[in-house]
Structure formats: C-alpha cells, structure tokens
Design a protein around this ligand. Structure first.
Ligand code: PLP
Length: 448
C-alpha cells in the first residue's frame, strides 16, 4: 500500500536504501549496477564523499535565501565556474531546479530577446521530431516525442518540427555523411522560409538526442550548417544539453565536438549528478545585453531558482570532475564501452545499430537487421529488457518508439564517469544476458 502516485499505478518498486560508487542497494539487500545513472544523472555515482561534505558545509551556512532578496556565494561561484568553462560567447548562467525549467526559461529568454530588440513579430519555435525537451507545457510542446505529447495536445502552444539528423533511420543507402548532413540541415532552412524568415524565434535541438531516439549524435557538419542557417535568418540556436551535456560525451559540452556555440544552452542532470535538483541556462553575451540595455530584467523566476544547496552540489560535482580528470575517463571508458558493445552485440541479428558518444551509448533492437524492421510495439521488448536487467542487478534506460514515437526499441546506457573497465565489462555482460533473456521469450520468436 502506497500513498505516492508513482509513475505507474501498476506493480511496485524496490525501495532504494543506499548507494555507493556505481551501485544502488534496495531494502531487500539486493544491489544494482547503475549503468544509466538513473536517467543520465548520477555522473559521480552514489555517496561521493566530497559532494556530501560540500552539502553539509552549505547546510551549516545557509540552506535557502530568496533570489529576490539575496545572491549567495554558492550560486555566484557556480555561475563563475560555468561561464569560465563554457564556449566563448557564453557570459551568464541562470540557475534553476532541473531540465524542464531550464528549457522553459530558455524559450522565454529567446522570445524576450526579440521583444527587447524590437522584433515582436518573431513568435515561432522550430524543433525536431523524436526529441525530448521536458514535461512542462512549453518544453513538452517543443519536444517531438509523439507519445508524450498526444493526450496533452490541446494544451500545447503551436510549435513546428522537422526531421532529426538520425543516420541509422534517415540516411539513404548511397548518401555520404556530408550529403546527409546537408539534406538534414536544409529541412531547417525550408521550415524557416515556410514560416517567414522574420517570424522565427529559435531552433531547439538536443546536440546528441537522448532518451527518445537513443544516443543519436549528429552527422558530419550538420550542426555547423544549422548554426549558419540560424545566423542567416537571425534565428537563435538553443542547444538542449540537459542529458548529453556536462561531460557525458567526453567533453564538458557535447557541442564542443561539433565546433558550434549556441546562443542559449540548457544543462541539468550531470551538472549536479543527482545530489540536488539543479539545472541552468547558459546564455550568450548578446542575450544578456539585450536585457541589460532594454527592460533591465528577464521576466521570469521561480521560488527555488539559484538555490544555495543545489548550487553547492553543482559546484562540488564539477570540482570533482575537474580535479579527478574524469572527462579523460569518460573518453577512455566510452571507447571501451563502444568496443565491448560491438563485441557482444555485433553478431546479434536483433541489434541493428550501436551508437553514441563517450559514456552515452545505445543499442537499437530490430526484428530484422537487413530491413531494419522493428519488433511489434505490442511486444514491448524495451519493457521486457528493463525487467530482465533489473532482475539481473542492472539499471539501464530502455525506451520504445525510437523511430516515430510508436515503433522501435532501444536501450540507453549512461554509466557514471567514475566507471572502470571492469565495471563496463560487467555492465555489457549483464545487458547481454538481459537482452538474450528478453529475446528468448516464446511469444517474441518470429514476430516482427
Ligand atoms: N531535455 C532533455 C534533453 C532531457 O533529456 C530531459 C530529461 O530527460 C529534459 C530536458 C527535462 O529535464 P527534467 O526531467 O530535469 O525536467
């Protein structure tokens, strides 16, 4: 009996009572390797002593001070740190409590930017299908996750969606990466021209698509082309790095690897590693200047924005990542993970694609490798894999609807940055067993 409205009203969940390193322990004494960091959150694993000490210290000083009255040392220092480490041009940070809040704020910053600049006609937001930007109404409207949007459609603001850059599903057999990148980016220019070039506020995209399509990196110079198109029409580029950012792909920001600087960037998850709920918008100097030289404020705010405990957690997590050179480990372990996934699943004719960047990798499951035909969604293969993995002491992040919100299954992996090669080997071994067990079910055999 529970009084919590859980994510599902069916079944019951184990009670997590502890965590250490890459493991979580439940009240029945079982342990689970956290190979997904929950939802790509726990970048330092669980129970990190330095983060815990920093939180104790902050709590002893001050737990909360409203941002309408005070700034705090923790928030100031986190903002300094984020700007110091950000791509050139990013000048300020706006601190929030999570990813959806960051996306909402970024959308409103983008709109207010044009109001301040005397371009109030700009009102359209363009994003991509098979994306996720959060569950609050503005973020949900921006996302292109059909399954999440469907029943709330009447409440959603109008937004516009183009195809993602998703090589496994959309690149043509004889098309080069460069040609595909050009074609995928052209969809943005076409959409801007269709809506009216002076009417578009922003293009929003996950640098590496996360949960909805499963660790899908852009191809070739796709993002550079997108940046150029945005510049051509004065459209702001908002990169959502809530899931793929803050080191997950081996560089602090995933877009560093694409040589692109957004006007606004959203971050969360690995920013605080789950030690506190924290997210942020990183904004370019031109956005700040528009507010500073215009109305003098950004018309937004939340009670818990810039929360000192959240800021202290973010700062402590980022200090550990820098001090312990963990981005080097993400790069090395990311390559090891990709290699091990290739060895374990490369010959599995139900694994159509292995993809990702750094410690952000996914496998996509198919009924038939040649045709890329997915399994019948009614079979809920992704749910079965999650169940088998949990029974096997492994947390992974499987999802359905990889292709169009309904069809397709993938499993996302986002292990902690502290993972060792032995940890990665154990993750791949347990995942292999879980996938094999799920595929062995009698009703799955032969049903595409
Ligand atoms: N944006 C992306 C890319 C995400 O992956 C998520 C969450 O998974 C969000 C936004 C929303 O973040 P939150 O769940 O912290 O509100």
């Amino acid at each position: 009996m529970t009084h919590l409205l859980h994510r599902t009203t069916k079944g019951s969940l184990p009670i997590a009572v502890g965590g250490k390193g890459i493991q979580i322990f439940d009240s029945d004494g079982r342990s689970y390797i956290d190979a997904s960091g929950g939802a790509a959150v726990s970048c330092l694993g669980h129970g990190h002593p330095d983060v815990i000490a920093a939180l104790h210290e902050q709590l002893d000083r001050i737990a909360y001070a409203h941002t309408g009255f005070f700034s705090t040392e923790a928030a100031e220092r986190l903002a300094d740190r984020l700007v110091e480490d950000a791509p050139a041009g990013i000048s300020h940070a706006y601190l929030l409590s999570g990813g959806s809040e960051a996306v909402e704020a970024a959308l409103k910053m983008a709109r207010q930017y044009f109001v301040e600049k005397g371009e109030p006609r700009r009102r359209h937001v363009i994003a991509r299908r098979q994306s996720y930007h959060g569950n609050t109404l503005g973020a949900l409207a921006t996302g292109g996750n059909e399954w999440r949007r469907r029943q709330f459609q009447p409440l959603l603001i109008e937004t516009h969606h183009i195809d993602p850059c998703f090589a496994y599903r959309h690149q043509l057999p004889d098309e080069s990466d460069a040609d595909y990148a050009a074609r995928a980016a052209q969809a943005l220019e076409d959409k801007i021209l269709e809506l009216g070039s002076g009417e578009v506020i922003a293009f929003v995209a996950e640098t590496v698509v996360g949960a909805t399509a499963g660790a899908v990196p852009p191809v070739a110079d796709y993002l550079k082309r997108v940046r150029a198109i945005c510049d051509r029409y004065g459209v702001l580029l908002i990169l959502d790095e809530v899931m793929c950012g803050m080191g997950r792909t081996g560089t602090l920001h995933a877009c560093e690897q694409d040589g692109v600087v957004p006007d606004l960037m959203t971050i969360a998850k690995a920013l605080g590693g789950g030690y506190q709920p924290v997210g942020a918008v990183l904004l370019g100097q031109h956005i700040f200047d528009a507010f500073a030289n215009g109305s003098g404020f950004f018309q937004h705010g939340h009670t818990y924005m810039g929360h000192p405990m959240a800021a202290a957690a973010g700062l402590a997590v980022q200090e550990v990542i820098r001090r312990d050179h963990l981005l080097d480990n993400v790069k090395a372990m990311g390559m090891h993970l990709q290699r091990r996934l290739g060895e374990r699943f490369g010959n599995n004719h139900h694994v159509g694609d292995i993809r990702g960047r750094g410690l952000f990798q996914a496998i996509e499951l198919v009924a038939d490798r040649g045709s890329k035909e997915p399994f019948d969604p009614a079979l809920k293969l992704n749910v079965r894999i999650k169940r088998e993995a949990m029974n096997n002491g492994l947390m992974v992040y499987p999802m359905g609807g990889t292709i169009d919100g309904v069809r397709g299954d993938h499993v996302l992996l986002a292990p902690p940055f502290i993972s060792t090669s032995q940890d990665i080997d154990a993750i791949v071994e347990r995942l292999g067993d879980a996938v094999d067990a799920a595929l062995r079910a009698p009703d799955l055999a032969g049903r595409a």
